[in-house]
Design a protein around this ligand. Structure first.
Ligand SMILES: *[C@@H]1O[C@H](CO)[C@@H](O)[C@H](O)[C@H]1NC(C)=O
Ligand SMILES: *[C@@H]1O[C@H](CO)[C@@H](O)[C@H](O)[C@H]1NC(C)=O
Ligand SMILES: *[C@@H]1O[C@H](CO)[C@@H](O)[C@H](O)[C@H]1NC(C)=O
Length: 247
């Protein structure tokens, strides 16, 4: 199970950060995808690794002249706006939970409070900017769908559950009827004791380059009702059970 992740240093230039990253990720067994950069195109098959990036910044900085561009596009000049970049390489069609540990140095709130997931150059895909947090609230749990057609990434989108996951939990509030959030002041490093690290549930849909169907999304929609975090017993302790213990 691909669990883990990290936030890299500020985006000095995307290319610079990426070259650091290439040496940092070894290819896994069964991974035949030679592309390790998020700002490049590739065609995947099941069991390949697939590299994508997540940029953290304020909402406006993802737009140029009214149009949302890929963070790979230099016209956004995200680096000069203090954006932060994280790069991941999960295995295609495996249900994975990525974590970004925010208890140490990386704080999405001070990096603008929104994130965009992106990959590709000619076939560039990017999610819409989603709210991660501000000085009042933080959202810690996300579901991302990566949709491929014949192995080429077509679409990246956030799946929201309309706050179903926070019903009955008094320490959560539902923002805009779609995101469960926790008070920033409850978080470690902000005066509280909750580990407000970000967890991103990944699922894959569509087809790989051999037309094999990617169906982890199907599994997840069935599992959803039983709480996805139940799949990750080691993380459950660090991320979710704390909500029951702390308050
Ligand atoms: C911004 O958009 C307007 C209207 O679409 C267009 O006329 C203008 O040339 C664009 N400016 C730049 C710098 O792309
Ligand atoms: C984040 O890092 C801290 C310090 O290393 C650790 O105690 C904590 O368990 C980590 N949280 C997650 C979710 O990995
Ligand atoms: C934080 O975000 C929430 C939800 O978008 C909003 O209601 C609130 O006013 C924001 N607080 C600050 C201090 O910006």
């Amino acid at each position: 199970m691909a669990i883990g992740g990290r936030a890299t240093n500020p985006v000095v230039a995307v290319v610079f950060v990426l070259s650091l990253w290439i040496s940092a990720i070894p290819a896994d067994a069964g991974d035949n995808n030679p592309v390790f950069q998020p700002c490049a195109d590739t065609k995947i098959q099941r069991k390949d690794g697939f590299t994508f990036g997540i940029a953290f910044s304020d909402r406006d900085s993802f737009f140029f002249n009214g149009t949302q561009l890929s963070p790979c596009d230099s016209r956004l000049s995200l680096a000069s706006k203090g954006a932060q970049l994280a790069v991941f390489r999960p295995k295609v069609d495996e249900i994975s939970l990525l974590t970004i540990n925010t208890t140490t140095s990386f704080a999405p709130v001070t990096s603008g409070g929104f994130m965009v997931v992106f990959a590709g150059r000619k076939y560039a895909a990017r999610s819409f900017p989603i709210f991660v947090g501000n000085t009042s609230y933080v959202v810690t749990s996300f579901t991302l769908v990566l949709e491929f057609q014949k192995g080429t990434l077509q679409n990246l989108y956030w799946k929201r559950d309309g706050c179903a996951s926070c019903s009955g939990k008094s320490n959560f509030v539902c923002l805009s009827k779609q995101d469960c959030a926790i008070k920033t002041s409850s978080c470690k490093g902000q005066g509280g004791s909750v580990d407000c690290s970000i967890g991103i549930q990944l699922t894959f849909s569509g087809t790989d380059k051999h037309y094999a169907v990617l169906n982890s999304w199907y599994e997840v929609s069935n599992l959803r009702q039983y709480s996805l975090y139940g799949l990750y017993s080691n993380l459950r302790d660090s991320l979710t059970s704390q909500y029951h213990n702390v308050f």
